[in-house]
Design a protein around this ligand. Sequence first.
Ligand SMILES: Cc1ncc(COP(=O)(O)O)c(C=O)c1O
Length: 343
Amino acid sequence: MSPAIRYDFRSDTVTRPGPLMRAAMAAAEVGDDVLGDDPTVNRLEAIVCEILGKESALFVSSGTQSNLIALMSHCERGDEYIVGQNAHCYRWEAGGAAALGSIQPQPLTNQPDGTLSLADIELAVKPDDPHFARSRLLALENTIGGKALSLAYVDAATSLARRHGLSCHLDGARVFNAAAVLGVPAATLVAPFDSASVCLSKGLGAPIGSMLVGSFPFISRARRLRKMLGGGMRQAGIMAAAGLYALEHNVDRLEVDHTNARILAQGLSTFPGLTVSAPDTNIVFVNVAEEIAGVFSGHLAAHGIGVTSVYGTTQQRWVTHLDVSADAVEAALTIVRDFFVGR
Ligand SMILES: Cc1ncc(COP(=O)(O)O)c(C=O)c1O
């Protein structure tokens, strides 16, 4: 049996709430949120509206639920959304839009920088013809695979979508990471979109929860859909308090994760057989040469390093976050170095 993970680079979702966040949760004032009575949830929703510059916000249980509610709120049965092949709300959410919303995805190839080409988007929009699903929505993700989409690109893509009458949704699970690296407020990145989903439980370190933002009518539809999908929570203020704590204390420090990712990437790139993409934010992709992939994975696991190998042992994803310090990065690099010594 492999030993417990000591250095957990699998995802920024693995963070555990520390004593101060737990204290904030324990002290939260609560009420029945389905009835609109939870003061902590109400405060969280109000603050997120201010931070992201949208009219209305909804606290939901997860990023997956948030994206699904957004897609169902924008699209009707038989409509379609244009989305990247690698986008979370197409590839990694169990086909929820199709299964539960009767919404057809129109996936497009993501370019190496995470964008969808404007020409591909233009071609994908269907004419108004009874043969076709109605193209209703463009869904983008920022960051995507740890890469930040530039303001200029988002502007061009959302303007194109609007020229064709499409609405625009942003999966901004890690939009605060994008904002940090682009040096702009998160509200600026969210502004071109009708709706955005932002996760509290990724780099911000809350144990649970995402925020969906948009106009009053959009969030009013979303609130009904949340109930329909079984996501109406009662004394949810205990979780909202963690979200408030995360927004107050864990946004400004995201740069630390980005610095740690750069140090990690730089260190890993010095070893033969590892090809490392320079990270924009907190996600480092590493291609491992076929000949060593199996043993290298085994070495990491045996020494308590957790990484994600979603695409097999030759493609690894290392993610930095609140619970991996600069020292942990150094320790991990030492363990990697030990593997290559004498090879
Ligand atoms: C970009 C992106 N969107 C949405 C989600 C879904 O979030 P959750 O795991 O809270 O459902 C994730 C999860 O990792 C994600 O990476």
